[in-house]
Ligand binder design. Sequence first.
Ligand code: F6R
Length: 243
Amino acid sequence: MIHARVIKVKNPEEMGKVAADLFETLIQTKPACVLGLATGSSPLPLYRELVERCKAGKIDFSRVRSANLDEYKGLSGDHPQSYRYFMQENLFNHVNIKPENTIVPNGQTEDVEAMCQAYEKQIEEWGGVDLQLLGIGHDGHIGFNEPTDHFPAMTHEVELEEITRQANKRFFNSIDEVPTAAYTMGIGTVMAARKVVLVATGADKKEILYKTLCGPVTPQVPASILQFHPDVTIICDEAAYPL
Ligand code: F6R
């Protein structure tokens, strides 16, 4: 059983506020901190809250660095479904973070290995991730680390599971347009973060959260590795609360 802090909130909006408090505290105490960021539906209330707090002068992103978890293979940063585009639209364009201080894996790289290594190196040169934000997939994936027979260490290319492509097709015109592969930080990259904050809302996340928190640690449920991380906070709404 995980020793994580599990915070139950009423709804996604409250989740956004509680998570934003953690970001605000970190940025105030360490203005040049390194954030690990996620895309998807779950972090949206948090990003809205961060934008509001930045506009209100409560959070200053001018020295913050950020590294995103993942990106679809083949999509350019200006493709509306790319994760770079998502981050620009939902956070970066609305706060005072410097463009050169934001990194997302390059979906159009021609040299996968070099890109993945450079990604890890940049995070290392920044001094490592202070706070890693995660959502969780229905199959327990974090980033795009899908269930498999091992825990991948570093940033790498992955084939996407059908369940993940189906879950993400809501953003595309059809399932055929959903990429079949992606680049993602590894489980090792995530586990190296000093602090992990996982956000999950909705009844459809309850079962996988239970397995993550209370089931065996197994690469078949990638998020279960978080049971071995010393500083994990899970913020979930009443519908997703698994305990
Ligand atoms: C996105 C990511 C994914 C999502 C997960 C949950 O960068 O890394 O692991 O966090 O697929 O997605 P939502 O929040 O849309 O349910």
